[in-house]
Write a protein that binds this ligand. Structure first.
Ligand code: NDP
Length: 234
């Protein structure tokens, strides 16, 4: 059965791979972008997840095109790494506002229609760092850990309505976000990954499409790692 899917930040990186994976299986896919436009063949809406009016307008545009969002993938995210001593409050709150509050804004907007339909899937793209922490990532790790609380609370609130909320926690994935790391830092991270390699965005997308499907209907409040064994035990 095909579904209406919205992937925030689906214009590039992991979000784009997720959008393409849903499109390939025949779903109606919309992505958000912040001005870059949508990739060929995918319906795009402009949206800044730090602005609830923008989120509302994006959902309204998707609803007008495809009907209510049945699968929400809250993927949009940023980093702004620096050590705690140097981290300004603005750097902390900006990352939280995008990664955590942004996901809350989208989940809240999606929830009323999912409740009415008595079916829904919410998938939050977190990070291995959310549970393990990372040097220079107090803001980012806090935002990604927060998504676990969001998904588990939604699971308790909406679980009886056929709505699931899960977290996917990628490790080290080849995208723009990791392209800027120095070679030394990359080598250091690679040495901590049992799989000994980075993953492709498609390897994250495969888990997301599976979580959104009917066969995963009894999985909720879970944190699924896609990290080559990097975070084992968390
Ligand atoms: P990219 O930097 O390649 O893409 C980030 C996406 O988020 C872009 O589409 C960007 O839009 C969007 N975005 C950023 N801020 C906002 C905003 N305020 N409103 C709407 N959209 C926004 O990142 P990745 O593809 O690597 O990461 C995707 C998700 O996966 C993120 O949440 C990230 O934290 C997480 N992740 C990534 C890992 C990695 O190794 N790459 C590892 C673990 C987790 P725009 O193009 O307009 O900037």
């Amino acid at each position: 059965m095909s579904r209406t899917v919205l992937v925030t930040g689906g214009n590039r990186g992991i979000g784009l791979a997720i959008a393409q994976a849903f499109a390939k299986q025949g779903d109606r896919v919309a992505i958000t972008h912040r001005g870059s436009g949508a990739p060929d063949g995918i319906f795009g809406v402009r949206c800044d997840v730090t602005d609830s009016e923008s989120v509302d307008a994006a959902f309204a545009a998707v609803e007008a095109e495809f009907g209510p969002v049945e699968v929400l993938v809250a993927n949009a995210g940023i980093t702004d790494d620096t050590l705690l001593l140097r981290m300004s409050e603005e750097q902390f709150t900006r990352v939280l506002d995008t990664n955590l509050t942004g996901a809350y804004r989208c989940a809240k907007r999606a929830s009323s229609k999912m409740l009415r339909a008595k079916w829904g899937r919410m998938i939050f793209i977190s990070s291995v760092v959310g549970l393990s922490g990372g040097p220079g990532q107090v803001n980012y790790a806090a935002s990604k850990a927060g998504l676990v609380g969001v998904a588990r609370s939604i699971t308790r609130e909406l679980g009886t309505r056929n709505i699931t909320a899960n977290v996917v926690a990628p490790g080290f994935i080849e995208t723009d976000m990791t392209a800027n790391l120095s070679d030394d830092r990359k080598a250091e991270i690679l040495s901590s990954i049992p799989a000994g390699r980075m993953a492709s965005p498609e390897e994250v997308a495969a888990v997301v499409t599976w979580l959104a499907g009917d066969s995963a209907g009894y999985i909720s409040g879970a944190v699924i790692p896609v990290d080559g064994g990097m975070g084992m035990g968390h």
